[in-house]
Design a protein around this ligand. Sequence first.
Ligand code: SME
Length: 154
Amino acid sequence: MSNNTKAERYTRIYTQIEQLIGATNNPYSRMATISALLHHKMKGYFWTGFYFLDGDDLVVGPYQGPVACLKLKKDTGVCWAGINTGKSVVVPNVHDFPGHIACSPLSQSEIVVPVRNHSGSVVAVLDVDSRELSQFDDVDRIHLEKIVQLVYRA
Ligand code: SME
C-alpha cells in the first residue's frame, strides 16, 4: 500500500470513528470501536489494542488479535516507554528494542501512541503490532495520534 493510499484509508477510518463515538463518551467503548475498525481495515495489523494505567500497573484494555499479556512489567518495553515519555514510539524491529515484551513471537514491528485524558495526562497507549518488519512510519504515527484524541473527546 502506498503512503497516499494509507493516508486516505486512515482519513476514512477517522471520519467513521468520529461518527460512531458520538453514541457514548465511555472511553473503553470508544477504545473497543477504534481497535475493531483499525484492525479490520488496515493492512498489516496483527494485534491492535490499548493498555491503560491502573494504579501503578499497565494492563490490557480493549483489543483485537491473538491473546496478549494482561499486565506489562513496570517501566519495561515499548508501551511503558510511550507512557513514561508521553511520545509515540515507532519500532521497526522489535528485537532491537531493549526490554521489548513479546506477547507473541510473531510480532516483528510495533507502534505505540499515548492517549491523553481531558486534563492532558497520559492514561493509556494504543499499541499496534505487525508480523512484518518496518510496518509503521510517520504516516501511521500522525494519523494514529489524531485518532486516539477521539477516545476522550467531549
Ligand atoms: N510489545 C509490547 C507489549 C504488548 S504486546 O505487543 C501486545 C511492549 O513491549 O510493551
